[in-house]
Write a protein that binds this ligand. Structure first.
Ligand code: NAI
Ligand code: SOE
Length: 389
């Protein structure tokens, strides 16, 4: 198998997660994947680029992402930048014939995502979007139970993504609070994962009724204004940025198969850390999942012994989909690293086997269309059909 040469663009939190996965891919999947060479990391300045490359194990660094996209020796580009850079980088990479792995949400809006999906399709490259949570065995097994009819007809989906870091005192006005950089707030940052789960498990979403709200209208700019001789300014005298994205996204859904749904996503839920949780009810059973216990799937089947009724806990392991090469016994645990490992395994094995990737840019685009419809619905205070164009 030919070595796949990769460039990573961005050096923040997800650069760490992806780099950890690159370092461990062969350890888990030996010898089934081709060699993957971590060639170059791009960041905004020399310090971040150099320290990122050293820390995360990339041979070279650059402050210009085009040094990766224009390099004819690079086969694949991994995009872990803020959302506004996903489209320019992914489109340039696809046009240069490179396979592209791009973090979620695919883009800030549906039209932007559409350009990306079209560029990838025209170039015939593998193009995957980083919805990692669907990869863990508990979620993959839930899908198997649903598609094999174990839950009967699916009636309803209720999904939550709750975090509390948006309420941290002194929380900064980062790119995640700017529409021009992020697209939307909690909706695209975390609600997008729930939409991915909903589509993956229940099916296509046809129409939405959304309610978006911003509670924290201003946040501290990252850099205090310099005042010679006075040191750092007290928080109350520092410049503030105006938040123009949602803090809370509450959405009702109608699926194409008739099921109903709701999604609630916020970064302002004190005590909730990474509470990505859902429950699905069918007319013959229920499933429930919470990322904070990502090794577990809750399952109820009405033909269980009536004296032992209730949701039972399944501990996932090698017998479940995507579990075989992780750990030898159920209950060892699967976490964030495993979810990213599985994402990268699927991307690089699709390149090696010339098979299809999932979730691909078409999925990423559809999720952006659904989010556009939610934004429109909230503005216009009415149900909106998700466009198919
Ligand atoms: P971050 O803010 O920690 O890192 C982004 C990095 O990109 C920063 O270090 C920044 O300097 C760098 N950057 C900005 N402009 C650049 C440029 N022109 N060239 C090279 N680097 C540039 O953000 P984080 O958390 O790593 O998020 C990155 C992406 O990953 C976002 O799209 C986010 O939505 C997604 N994400 C996905 C997660 C998942 O669970 N799938 C988890 C966290 C983030
Ligand atoms: C921040 O809310 C964040 O890092 C998101 O950007 C990720 O997508 C989510 O997986 C964890 O939280």
């Amino acid at each position: 198998m030919k070595t796949i040469r990769v460039g990573l663009i961005g050096g923040g939190v997800m650069a760490k997660a992806h780099s950890l996965a690159y370092q461990n891919l062969h350890l888990y999947y030996f010898p089934k994947l081709p060699e993957i060479e971590r060639v170059r990391l791009a960041e905004v300045d020399e310090h971040l680029a150099q320290s990122g490359a050293e820390r995360y194990g990339w041979s070279e660094w650059t402050t210009n992402w085009r040094d990766i996209v224009d390099d004819p020796t690079i086969d694949a580009v991994d995009i872990v930048t803020p959302n506004d850079l996903h489209a320019p980088i992914a489109i340039a990479a696809a046009r240069a014939g490179k396979h592209v792995l791009c973090e979620k949400p695919l883009a800030r809006t549906g039209p932007e995502a559409r350009e990306m999906a079209e560029a990838a399709k025209q170039a015939g490259v593998k193009a995957m979007v980083g919805y990692n949570y669907r990869k863990v065995p508990a979620v993959a097994y839930a899908r198997e139970l649903i598609t094999t009819g174990k839950l009967g007809r699916i009636l309803s989906f209720r999904g939550f993504y709750l975090q509390d870091w948006g309420l941290e005192p002194g929380g900064l006005f980062t790119w995640r609070f700017q529409a021009s950089r992020a697209g939307t707030g909690s909706l695209g940052d975390i609600g997008a994962h729930v939409i991915d789960m909903a589509r993956f498990l229940v099916g296509e979403i046809e129409s939405v009724s959304g309610l978006l709200e911003t509670f924290v209208g201003h946040r501290l700019l990252p850099e205090p204004r310099p005042v010679p001789g006075e040191g750092e300014l007290a928080d109350e005298s520092r410049d503030l940025g105006v938040v123009d994205v949602d803090d809370v996204a509450t959405v009702l859904l109608r699926f194409a198969n008739g099921a109903t749904g709701l999604i609630d996503a916020t970064r302002l839920a004190p005590g909730r850390k990474n509470h990505l949780a859902w429950e699905i009810n069918g007319d013959r059973g229920s499933l429930a999942f919470n990322w904070e216990r990502s090794n577990e799937l809750q399952y109820y089947a009405p033909d269980d012994d009536p004296r032992a009724e209730g949701l039972r806990t399944i501990l996932t392991g090698p017998q479940h989909p995507n579990g075989a090469e992780l750990w030898p016994l159920a209950g060892f645990g699967t976490g964030y690293l495993e979810s990213t490992l599985l994402l990268l395994r699927d991307f690089y094995s699709a390149i090696a086997d010339d098979s299809s990737v999932a979730p691909d840019f078409e999925d990423g685009w559809r999720i952006c269309q659904i989010m556009d419809a939610i934004v429109q619905s909230s503005h216009e205070q009415r149900w909106v059909s998700v466009t198919s164009g």
